[in-house]
Design a protein around this ligand. Structure first.
Ligand code: ASP
Length: 311
C-alpha cells in the first residue's frame, strides 16, 4: 500500500440484475480484476500513472467482452472503427486517435501521438500510418471481429433511429455502451486518464464520439482530477463532461464527488445516459452512472479492491 490508486470502467449500460448469468458476471469481474491488477502492479513498483492506465486499458482492449479493441461494435458499414485518448495530468500532454481500424491497441496509438508527435488527435488512415511508423502492432481488421457483436449489429442495422441502443449480446435487447477506461494516481502525485472504444453500434461511418475528445470523454490535470467517461458520446461532448468536472473543482472549489454529481445532473437534464470514473490527486475515487449498470472497479489507496456491475 502507498499513496497510489487506480479505477477502471468497462462501459455503462442497461443490464438489469438477474438478467446476466452468473458465469458471465464472473467473466466480466475477472477481466476487470485482471485489468486493475495490471495497472496496480506498475503503480506498486513506482510506475507512472500513464503507464498504469495504458496497461489496464490494453487488457480490456484485448478482451472481446468489452466494446474496445477486440470485440468493438460495428458501424453502419459493418466495420469496426475505434477511438482512443490518453492524458497526463502532470504535463497536460494528451494524445488521441479516431476512426482507426488496424491498430491492435488503439490506446497505445493515442500514447504514441502524445509522446511522438506535436499533435493531439490523428484520425483514420493518417493515424494508422503514424502507428505503423511508430512500430505499433498492426492487425488485419478481422482481428476485431466478435460473433456476438456482429449478431447485434445484424439485428439492429436497419434501425436507424435507435442506433445507439444496440444490445450487449444478452438476448433481452438490453442496451449497453461498453467503452473502457482507466484513471490512476501514482506515488509521485501524478494522475492520468485513458479511454478506448468502438463507439456505438451501427454508428454512421466517420462518427467520432466523446472518448477521443480531450475534455469531453477524457481529461487529466494534477490540480484537479482525471476522468474517463462512458455513455452516449454526443451528450458527453455537448456537456464537455470531463473538463467541466475539473473546472468545477478548480474554479468553484468543489470536491470530486460534488463535481461529478453536478456534471452528471447536467448530462441527465439533456437526456443523456452514461457514467464515468474519476480520481483526484489525493486518491479519492468517484464513479457515478445514471444507467442501471456500469462495469467498474478500483483499488484504492488503502489497497482495497472492488469490482461491480450494478448499483
Ligand atoms: N462514449 C462512447 C461513444 O459515444 C460509447 C460508450 O461509452 O460505450 O463513442
Amino acid at each position: 500500500m502507498g499513496n497510489y490508486a487506480i479505477a477502471i470502467h468497462g462501459g455503462a449500460g442497461a443490464l438489469m440484475t438477474g438478467t446476466v448469468p452468473a458465469e458471465k458476471q464472473k467473466a466480466y469481474n475477472d477481466k476487470l480484476s485482471e485489468a486493475l491488477q495490471a495497472g496496480y502492479n506498475l503503480l506498486s513498483h513506482e510506475g507512472s500513472a500513464i503507464d498504469a492506465v495504458e496497461a489496464a486499458v490494453r487488457v480490456l482492449e484485448d478482451s472481446p467482452l468489452f466494446n474496445a479493441g477486440k470485440g468493438s461494435v460495428f458501424n453502419c458499414d459493418g466495420v469496426n472503427e475505434m477511438d482512443s485518448a490518453i492524458m497526463n495530468g502532470k504535463t497536460l500532454k494528451a494524445g488521441a486517435m479516431a476512426s482507426v481500424h488496424i491498430i491492435r491497441n488503439p490506446i497505445s496509438g493515442a500514447r504514441a501521438v502524445m509522446e511522438k508527435s506535436k499533435h493531439v488527435l490523428l484520425t483514420s488512415a493518417g493515424a494508422e500510418q503514424f502507428a505503423k511508423e511508430c512500430g505499433l502492432e498492426i492487425v488485419d481488421p478481422s482481428y476485431f471481429y466478435d460473433e456476438e457483436r456482429h449478431a447485434q449489429w445484424v439485428a439492429t442495422k436497419n434501425n436507424d433511429v435507435d442506433y445507439s441502443w444496440s444490445g450487449d449480446g444478452i438476448p433481452d435487447g438490453t442496451k449497453k455502451f461498453g467503452t473502457v477506461g482507466a484513471v490512476a494516481l501514482d506515488n509521485h502525485g501524478n494522475i492520468a486518464a485513458a479511454t478506448s472504444t468502438g463507439g456505438v453500434n451501427n454508428k454512421k461511418f466517420g462518427r467520432v464520439g466523446d472518448s477521443p475528445i480531450i475534455g469531453a470523454g477524457t481529461y487529466a490535470n494534477n490540480k484537479t482530477c482525471a476522468v474517463s467517461c462512458t455513455g452516449e458520446g454526443e451528450y458527453f461532448i455537448r456537456n464537455v463532461v470531463a473538463y467541466d468536472i475539473s473546472a468545477l473543482m478548480e474554479y468553484k472549489g468543489m470536491n470530486l464527488a460534488q463535481a461529478t454529481a453536478e456534471v452528471m445532473k447536467k448530462v441527465a437534464l439533456l437526456g443523456g445516459e452514461g457514467g464515468l470514473i474519476s480520481i483526484d490527486a489525493q486518491g479519492n475515487i468517484s464513479a457515478p452512472f445514471n444507467t442501471s449498470s456500469m462495469f467498474r472497479g478500483w483499488i484504492n489507496t488503502a489497497g482495497e479492491k472492488y469490482t461491480g456491475i450494478f448499483h
